[in-house]
Write a protein that binds this ligand. Structure first.
Ligand SMILES: Cc1ncc(COP(=O)(O)O)c(C=O)c1O
Length: 374
């Protein structure tokens, strides 16, 4: 058997990591500013994280949701306190797409409505519901029907108003900052107006914070920059630092019947121990504030850079749109400078590093950038 060929892969295999450094089999060293796609929130192999996960594995690795779980309760309490969503309920699952599936299903169940409003450029995952609210027909199969989904341009309040005022929509789903689209940020005013539109039409606001959450933008959730609260918030990626997890934060006004949602692995002991350790590190090392400071520094260094069309993003969710002549820059960073970065199309480099990135590593990137673009 060989691997199903759906990923474009670099010809590099990291086998060891520490902080924001990776090593391949031959001992070559790399700087990781991609974080395995925003997953490595507290760095590779943080000693507290490794100790917490291995200790849990040695105590009890798994039991299903048929039993009590004080780990899940601890995680809910901590996540509520750190995120400011303490009055909400927590449902745990296994991935970002699954979190969005559950949020949309719950919104539809609660409102009795079938339609969902999504935005141009949106990415919410590849499972059926999640891909149907994703603005990319190339990753949809005929089965993933979008009959109940309408897309309007991000930031177009009038288009959103026109749709929502029909009263047919269960939910609006919006990324805190669009990641896959190349780091596109809805304005704070748009978030506020959307909140008011949802309130006026009985529509639930679902904030997809799968990539932009967990402190990455300098607030625990990116939508909190706008001072709004969503009815449902979805998380995954950085929450458990690399152990699969998905989470839905659910407004206390929303109820479900027993069995409406469920999953075998969701909320398992290892994922909970990992997420608790990540949140302890984020809190103990003040990493939300650190993400903001590092982000401000990157912006100071790179905004207006001659190789750039635009610097986008907040904190450590950064999109660097380069001029056409720098199209291959991401590969050059990788192969000439040994720096991992993300991409969006051929001309946007995405930085999604660990929130505890060292200042000298940030400097290394900026130096490498300047050497390759001057
Ligand atoms: C904003 C957003 N939502 C959802 C997902 C899907 O998450 P997963 O790959 O864990 O299913 C992603 C993944 O990149 C994402 O960036």
């Amino acid at each position: 058997m060989d691997l199903f060929n759906v990923y474009k892969r670099w010809d590099i295999e990291p086998v060891r990591g520490r902080g924001s450094t990776l090593w391949d089999r031959d001992g070559n060293e790399y700087l990781d500013l991609y974080g395995g796609h925003a997953v490595i929130s507290v760095g590779h192999c943080h000693p507290h994280y490794v100790a917490a996960v291995t200790a849990q594995l040695g105590r009890l690795g798994f039991y299903s949701n048929a039993v009590q779980s004080s780990l899940q309760e601890t995680l809910a309490e901590k996540l509520g306190r750190i995120s400011g969503y303490d009055s909400y309920h927590l449902f745990l699952c296994n991935s970002g797409a699954e979190a969005n599936e559950n949020a949309l299903k719950l919104a539809s169940f609660h409102t009795g409505r079938a339609k969902v409003l999504a935005f141009g450029g949106a990415f919410h995952g590849r499972t059926s519901g999640a891909v149907s609210v994703t603005d990319n027909p190339k990753i949809r199969a005929p089965f993933n029907a979008t009959g109940n989904v309408t897309f309007v341009p991000l930031g177009d309040l009038e288009a959103a108003r026109k749709e929502l005022s029909t009263g047919a929509y269960a939910a609006v789903i919006i990324e805190g900052i669009q990641g896959v689209a190349g780091i596109r940020e809805p304005s704070e005013a748009f978030f506020q107006d959307l909140r008011a539109l949802c309130d006026g039409t009985g529509t639930l606001l679902v904030a997809d914070e799968i990539q932009s959450g967990c402190g990455r933008t300098g607030r625990f959730f990116a939508h909190q920059w706008a001072g709004v609260k969503a009815d449902l918030v979805t998380m995954a990626k950085g929450l458990a630092g690399g152990i699969p997890i998905g989470a839905v934060l659910i407004s206390p006004d929303i109820q479900a019947s027993y069995g409406l949602l469920g999953t075998t692995f969701g909320g398992n002991h290892i994922a909970c121990a990992a997420a608790i350790a990540v949140l302890d590190i984020i809190e103990g090392e003040s990493l939300v504030a650190q993400a903001e400071k590092l982000g401000n520094w990157f912006r100071e260094q790179l905004e207006g850079d001659p190789a750039l069309v635009e610097y986008r993003g907040r904190g450590l969710m950064i999109g660097l749109e380069v001029k056409p002549e720098f199209k291959g820059l991401r590969d050059r960073l990788l192969y000439e400078k040994h720096i991992f970065t993300g991409a969006s199309g051929e001309r946007v480099i995405r930085l999604l590093p660990a929130l505890n990135l060292h200042w000298q590593d940030a400097r290394t990137f900026v130096d490498a950038w300047r050497e390759l673009t001057r």
